[in-house]
Design a protein around this ligand. Structure first.
Ligand SMILES: Nc1nc2c(c(CN[C@H]3C=C[C@H](O)[C@@H]3O)cn2[C@@H]2O[C@H](COP(=O)(O)O)[C@@H](O)[C@H]2O)c(=O)[nH]1
Length: 306
């Protein structure tokens, strides 16, 4: 995860559209130092959990499809998590590797109980097939085997996922430099850790190495908190709901500066309280805060990564 940390820090020192405001970080850290935010994983009660390998399979499928809900204004992450849960509850073999390779768009819609095509539906289907095929080829069809081969290291898991599944390779080039974000790969590790409460398949000795998951909700929350400042052009693009191209300087800055800002915030809170705070915990708090504010405007990028 060092690559995520160092490359996002590089963006923050070269950015032109998004600025990290250290006085904003200081204010948030000050308000958090007495009551450290604690949001329970699955606070919504929408995820499948049976404390076993099927949960691992569910979480991998979930995070394979965990991106880009905003083009359909009625669709959200909740529909994905609960739709996949219902699917698995009615058919325990639904996410077997051979079946993942065969799903069609209309079948995926049916799983989510969604009446119309999903955003980037063809990509979603392609990514499901990719995961099914590679799980079968390298891990006996089981996501649990993939996790078991990581020796309790979240960083190893992220690297392994990125090396086996091209759809998880969330990196880009910014001003000539390669920038790593790994949003869906990291959130998979975090979901395991959260769901299994740091035990069994969620036991990672290096969970502190994970950064936040740069999506479209967290940057908006950070801006609202005064931690990120936008140029007038980015502010106006977001206000007007204009799309931001994937890989553009603006998009990379929004995501990378969010990661960097929360790393700074985490260090400051840890220093002020003398307790180790995890980026995963800050992420869940920020995200949960964001989805409770429907009026919060976020950037819109068509992307398979978040
Ligand atoms: N940074 C960050 N981004 C997250 C999540 C989650 C869900 N994590 C689960 C894990 C345990 C909890 O109980 C949560 O349920 C989804 N997202 C992202 O949000 C966006 C969807 O937004 P909307 O269109 O409004 O539904 C989309 O980019 C999606 O990828 C998170 O935790 N952190």
């Amino acid at each position: 995860m060092e690559e995520v940390r160092s490359s996002t820090a590089w963006v923050s020192t070269h950015s032109s559209h998004v600025t990290v405001d250290f006085s904003g970080i200081e204010k948030v850290a000050e308000t958090m130092k007495n009551t450290l935010p604690k949001v329970e994983w699955d606070f919504e009660g929408i995820h499948y959990f049976d404390n076993g390998p099927l949960t691992v399979q569910y979480l991998l499928v979930l995070d394979t499809l965990n991106f880009c809900f905003w083009p359909d204004e009625d669709l959200s992450y909740d529909h994905l998590a609960s739709g996949l849960k219902a699917t698995l509850e009615s058919d325990k073999t639904a996410f077997d590797a051979d079946r993942l390779q065969k799903y069609t768009g209309p079948q995926l819609r049916k799983m989510l109980n969604w009446p119309r095509p999903l955003p980037l539906e063809d990509e979603r289907v392609r990514l499901l097939h990719e995961v099914g095929l590679e799980l079968e080829r390298s891990f006996g069809g089981k996501a649990s085997k993939l996790v078991e081969s990581c020796d309790k290291s979240a960083a190893k898991l992220v690297t392994l996922i990125a090396s086996h599944f091209p759809g998880f390779r969330d990196h880009t080039v910014y001003k000539g430099h390669q920038i790593f974000l790994y949003k869906r790969a990291q959130i998979f590790a975090a979901d395991l850790w959260g769901a299994f409460k740091g035990q069994g398949y969620g036991d990672f000795e290096d969970i502190s190495s994970i950064t936040i998951f740069a999506d479209y909700i967290v940057p908006a929350v950070l801006q609202q908190l005064g931690v990120l400042r936008y140029s007038s052009s980015v502010a106006s693009i977001i206000k007007k709901n204009t799309e931001i191209t994937s890989g553009s300087d603006e998009e990379v800055e929004l995501r990378a500066c969010s990661v960097y800002a929360v790393e700074q915030m985490k260090d400051l809170i840890s220093k002020k309280t003398g307790k180790q705070v995890l980026s995963v915990e800050l992420d869940l708090w920020l995200w949960a805060f964001g989805i409770k504010c429907p009026s919060l405007q976020h950037h819109r990028t068509l992307s398979i990564y978040y």
